[in-house]
Write a protein that binds this ligand. Sequence first.
Ligand code: F3S
Ligand code: F3S
Length: 114
Amino acid sequence: MTYVITSACVDVKHKACAAECPVDCIYEGDRTMYINAEECVDCGACSLLCEVDAIFYDGDLPESERRFLGDNAAFFSEVLPGRTAALGAPGGALALGPIAADTPMVAALPARKL
Ligand code: F3S
Ligand code: F3S
C-alpha cells in the first residue's frame, strides 16, 4: 500500500507535501510530483497538507483517479524521456533534484489553465 499523487497536482505542484515527507520519497517531475511506493512509509502527512487534495491512500482513490496508482509507479519503473535508465528507488528526492520529464500519461494531459 502507498499514498498516490493524482490529477489535482498536475501543473500546480505546491510542494508542501515534499517539504514534510519524513522519508523524502516525493519526487518532482516536470508537471507533477510522484510518490515512490517502495520508499513511502504510509505516514499520511502529505495527504493532510495538500491544499488541493491531490494525495490519496491507494485504497481510498476515487475511481476516476485510480490510473495514477500505476502512473506514480511508472515514473520510477520505466525509462523516462531523456534518461537512459529507470529511476528505481533513488533513496531521496532532495539529493536527486527535479526530473525534467513526466510519465507519458501525465505528459499527454491537457495543460491546466491557472
Ligand atoms: Fe502537488 Fe499537493 Fe504536493 S499540489 S506538490 S500534491 S502539496
Ligand atoms: Fe509517504 Fe506521504 Fe508519508 S509520501 S512517507 S505518506 S509524507
